[in-house]
Ligand binder design. Structure first.
Ligand code: AMP
Length: 536
């Protein structure tokens, strides 16, 4: 047993959980470079950052992303948000270990547990700690009735009396239905949160369109593979407001392509499509007509499709077009195209978008079968793929979601468009292109020796750091030879050498590590020495 290990505690090493990874230096230097570049590009287009919570009510995602999507049905990290795990254990015992047959003392102890659960819940509801909902109130009064119906001192008439069994079933059912807190989910994407925040803060009253961007981790319980993680990072931008002018869509896409170019990623393709509009109370949309037709055609080829696509024929036929199964591609090719079904308005919107992209010299490919996995998209959809990424080739995707704000209970008539890009995949593509090396070198390594030199070393490290130089100051004395070797390994550009002699004379030695050139300067000249020289 190792030191510090208690009896019964195995020695074990912890690892990051499946699908989740650490991003280490020097890779983080590239990540930071990328995020800084993205902020720069988006700010030039007058987008402002929004910082959002990492978890939200589950219902927000279920409603906006759609209950028929993989994200909502299979991939969300959802948990009950409460601090009553002791109560949860009581509940688990009640639900999992009801008395199997009548036995006075067992029944008595079961009754006590249920009565405790009821009392504690009532107290916590009274204190505003657990939700005071009609469902919880009903569960508690049904539990009361059921627990009173079983009397531990009187055996039921005949074993397995129906009254006794029914009361136990009722207890199990209502104990299970009690909610000790909200059900929350780690965000699988951020558009729903942006729309929620927009509504919550009444941002429709602010002047003009709201142009917002976010940066941060998302969580989806997908099958991990290269370029696909369970915690991954997205940068996204959204425009919310009353206009749906195609110029907004085009500007957003242009901004993305500018970022790709700054990253010197050369091989990429922009795919665009329009997926029409849904029905509204005022008018019939063109997408439902297409979806019906698609469904009819899919029924004819149902036997040739995989299980997922077969199910989607009924639940969400558009998603069949999203299938990545190689054996389904030839079938998908022959399905009707949405472009043949667009209504006048959607067609005009799409035509204008294409003109706007040409005006901005953004090269694109029309992709009549490009739909997006999430329910809330309409009209413009787009995706940028890169062949350097392998199987997970989507760098980013986005589209218009004009009905989302209203769907989430916000004001009518607010339109929206946005994209989300996968940072993990951008970083892979940048590394693949090998054009950007964003490691941050150490500018100055301070090699000090002797107690007298140390205070000067600490002081000068601070002076240089204030001048924005990256300075490495060894926390313990090192022999000069060792210190210089370390400086070399760290890729430092200069070593500032100070021993007791230097302190006495007030002259420091500076060594340029690239060529070993060494010179002496006075402490006062130090800051100037490292300032960029005119013409240099
Ligand atoms: P989506 O929100 O599904 O439209 O995804 C937008 C972008 O996020 C994709 O184009 C990918 O670049 C990236 N992405 C989505 N899911 C993952 C994941 N599990 N791992 C890494 N990147 C992802």
């Amino acid at each position: 047993m190792g030191e510090g290990t208690k009896p019964g505690q195995e020695r074990r090493r912890f690892r990051a959980i499946k699908g989740v990874r650490d991003i280490l230096p020097p890779a983080t230097d590239l990540w930071n470079w990328f995020e800084k570049t993205a902020r720069g590009v988006m700010e030039a287009y007058n987008f402002h950052e929004i910082r959002l919570p990492i978890f939200e009510e589950t219902e927000l995602f279920a409603r906006s992303i759609g209950v028929e999507t993989d994200v909502v049905t299979k991939e969300m990290y959802t948990f009950a948000d409460h601090g009553y795990w002791d109560l949860e254990l009581v509940r688990i015992r009640i639900v999992n270990n009801p008395p199997g047959h009548w036995d006075g003392s067992v029944v008595q102890s079961y009754r006590t547990q249920v009565a405790n659960l009821i009392d504690q819940c009532r107290m916590l509801i009274g204190a505003g700690e657990i939700p005071d909902t009609p469902a919880n109130a009903r569960a508690l009064s049904e539990l009361d009735l059921a627990v009173n119906a079983i009397n531990s001192s009187i055996p039921p008439v005949g074993m397995g009396s129906t009254q006794f069994d029914a009361s136990i079933l009722q207890i199990v059912h209502y104990a299970r239905s009690l909610k000790f807190g909200d059900v929350v989910t780690l965000r699988p994407e951020a558009t729903a949160s942006v729309a929620r925040a927009y509504i919550e803060h009444g941002m429709q009253t602010l002047p003009g369109d709201q142009k917002l961007y976010y940066i941060g981790p998302m969580f989806r319980r997908e099958r991990p593979q290269k370029g696909r993680y369970r915690q991954f990072y997205q940068i996204g931008a959204e425009v919310l407001g009353t206009s749906d002018a195609p110029a907004i869509d085009a500007e957003l896409i242009e901004m993305l392509t500018v970022l790709i170019e700054r990253c010197r990623i050369e091989k990429w393709t922009l795919l665009v499509n329009s997926i029409g509009c849904p029905d509204t109370p005022e008018r019939k949309g063109c997408r439902p007509k297409y979806v019906e037709r698609l469904r009819e055609e899919l029924r004819k080829v149902k036997d040739k499709l995989g299980a997922d696509s077969q199910r989607r024929i009924d639940t969400n036929p558009l998603r069949v077009l999203d299938s990545k199964l190689p054996e389904e591609q030839a079938i998908i090719e022959k399905l009707p195209k949405i472009s043949d079904f667009l209504c006048e308005d959607c067609r005009a919107h799409f035509e204008k978008l294409k003109q706007e992209l040409k005006l901005r010299q953004v090269a694109f490919t029309e992709a009549p079968r490009l739909v997006r996995g999430l329910d809330y998209y309409m009209r413009t959809t787009f995706e940028i793929t890169s062949p350097v990424l392998g199987a997970q080739n989507a760098l980013c995707g986005g589209g218009r979601y004009d009905g989302l704000v209203e769907l989430l209970g916000g004001p009518r008539g607010i339109k929206g468009i946005g994209f989300a890009l996968g940072e993990d995949r951008f970083i892979d593509a940048i590394e693949e292109a090998k054009k950007i090396h964003a490691t941050r070198p150490v500018d100055v390594f301070i090699a000090w020796m002797g107690e007298k030199a140390y205070p000067t070393a600490v002081r000068l490290a601070r002076v240089l750091r204030e001048e924005k130089h990256t300075v490495e100051l060894p926390p313990e004395e090192m022999k000069f030879r060792k210190a210089l070797e370390r400086a070399d390994k760290l890729g430092a550009r200069y070593a500032l050498i100070m021993g007791e002699d230097e302190i006495k004379t007030g002259e420091l030695s500076i060594k340029r590590l690239a060529d070993g050139k060494q010179e002496k300067i006075s402490e006062d000249a130090l800051v100037d020495y490292f300032r960029p020289k005119a013409g240099a």
